[in-house]
Design a protein. Structure first.
Lengths: 262, 248
């Protein structure tokens, strides 16, 4: 009996994928069409970027601290006392390639993806989207394009900022709190950390930005059924974007080369 | 000016429009009456291409808009202004930004000219000095009037009114009726009003059409509607629970 619903689940999944795919392709086409909604784009840069700085600062700082702590314990326990300073490159690599892009993605998804779905969903149920159409504005161009473009540009910037804060956190725990050798820690970090490691994280962040914005817009545009419908759209936007971020992170880690050096 | 020919629209199993045919003449005010949920809003949303029909034609000034591409539809939409049931003001914008929104897209006016047109449009609906207020600072009646100012700001040829008197008190509803009549007299506008408010219908209409079970069952002058032999029309205009209308 319980397997009877299975085709419906698959149908819903593929229908959703199709809707997101169409929305995305339409958005990409509209990016190059005039008029450009410059003011809304700048508003979204502020909303997604500037206003996310406090939450990104907190998560990156504590992410860096706890990763520094576990790396210190790992080296101390399995390699031996005195080797903890060699953890610097591992901390920086782990943070810039995996932890910071994911943390930033999840945090921005919770803060911004939900807000996008709620704002557009409310516009949908109060006929503001229909009003945009009637007044000669394409809702995709007016609402979706600025948000997707802003998230695509801003997420890598937030991630780079988070990388710096996280690495300072790891350095602070190891060097200031646990007293490991500062010179070895910095020298090894600079020796082994490649620019590509940081770039990998930034590429992932750009993809996560598109995912967060497009799923938020998709759910907002699909919202129906009053306030409860907007609530459901908001929840779905965050849950779907978070799952997509974690799945895509694995495939991007697998697809992107580990190093550009021979 | 507008010909609706055999229009059909279903949402899943729900057949909303089942062969609607209707003509609207230039400069007239046509009121479409019908029960809540009878498909009146669906019908007028077809006119500006917000909804695509399953079957049928909508001919506006000789052009079948159901076959137009999105960019061609944009030019036809310029002919229409729409007052939405909930006013649908953009809540992140001031009144002035709301009213000038269509102007920015449909005209090549300078900022100074736009500002002047916004003030003129607001004055036409009896509002002055509220340009910098936000929609949440307005009463229900003021929102409707700002919605109307937004719809007329770029001087469309046809205005669609979706339940203009719903949700406001009878005095403000009558003020909106007067505005509809003024728009017709002052800017010779063609109007399509959908409502289930018979007081309003009798006051503003040149002709009244009744939509029932997805079809237009009567189209005539307000006086003729009052004398209609159709039992469904009689039950509706008298607001009686007893009669042939089912599913209320």
């Amino acid at each position: 009996m319980k397997y009877q619903r299975l085709p419906l689940v698959f149908y819903g999944f593929f229908q959703g994928m199709g809707e997101v795919g169409l929305l995305f392709s339409r958005t990409v086409k509209n990016i190059f069409k005039k008029p450009w909604e410059k003011d809304i784009f700048l508003q979204q840069v502020e909303e997604i970027g500037v206003r996310s700085l406090p939450v990104v600062s907190m998560t990156a700082a504590f992410g860096g601290l706890v990763f520094g702590l576990q790396t210190y314990i790992g080296f101390h326990r399995y390699v031996g006392a005195g080797t903890e300073a060699y953890g610097g490159p591992i901390i920086s690599l782990g943070l810039s390639k995996e932890i910071i892009p994911i943390l930033v993605g999840l945090m921005v998804s919770g803060r911004v993806g939900s807000a996008i779905a709620a704002e557009i969903g409310t516009m949908k149920i109060t006929e503001q989207i229909d009003a945009l159409f009637s007044l000669g504005a394409d809702p995709n161009k007016y609402l979706v394009v600025p948000r997707v473009l802003a998230a695509f540009i801003v997420l890598p910037c937030l991630t780079l900022y988070g990388d710096v804060i996280g690495m300072i956190g790891g350095f602070f725990y190891n060097v200031v709190v646990m007293g490991v050798n500062r010179f070895i820690y910095i020298k090894n970090t600079l020796l082994y950390l490649e620019l590509w490691d940081i770039t990998t994280g930034l590429i992932k962040a750009a993809v996560f930005g598109i995912v967060i914005a497009i799923i938020g817009c998709w759910q907002g545009l699909k919202a129906e059924g009053g306030a409860a419908g907007v609530g459901r759209a908001t929840t779905r936007a965050v849950v779907i974007a978070n799952i997509m971020i974690l799945i895509l992170n694995f495939f991007l880690s697998k697809a992107l080369p580990a190093s550009l050096g021979g | 000016m507008i010909q609706i020919i055999d229009l059909h629209k279903s949402f899943g199993p729900n057949k909303v429009l089942q062969g609607v045919s209707l003509n609207v003449k230039k400069g007239e005010t046509l009121v479409i009456i019908g029960q809540s949920g009878s498909g009146k809003s669906v019908l007028i949303k077809h006119l500006i291409g917000l909804i695509k029909p399953d079957k049928g034609k909508i001919v506006v000034d000789g052009v079948d808009i159901t076959r137009l591409r999105e960019d061609e539809l944009y030019k036809t939409r310029r002919k229409f202004g729409m007052l939405f049931q909930s006013a649908a003001l953009f809540d992140s914008m001031t009144v002035a930004q709301n009213v000038s929104f269509g102007l920015e897209r449909y005209s090549k006016m300078s900022q100074k000219e736009r500002r002047k047109r916004v003030a003129e449009s607001l004055a036409m609906v009896g509002l002055r000095g509220i340009e910098n207020l936000m929609p949440h600072e307005l009463s229900g009646g003021m929102k409707k009037r700002v919605g109307l100012a937004r719809a007329i700001s770029y001087r469309p040829e046809i205005i669609l009114y979706d339940e203009p008197s719903t949700g406001i008190d009878p005095i403000r509803a009558d003020a909106i009726n007067d505005l509809i009549i003024r728009m017709k007299k002052e800017i010779k506008i063609t109007s399509i009003v959908i409502t289930h408010d018979m007081v309003s219908s009798y006051k503003v209409a040149d002709r009244i059409a009744m939509l029932y079970q997805g079809k237009i069952i009567e189209t005539c002058t307000p006086e003729a509607v009052k004398e209609s032999k159709n039992q469904i029309v009689q039950q509706f205009i008298h607001g009686s629970a007893e009669g042939p209308i089912e599913n209320w």
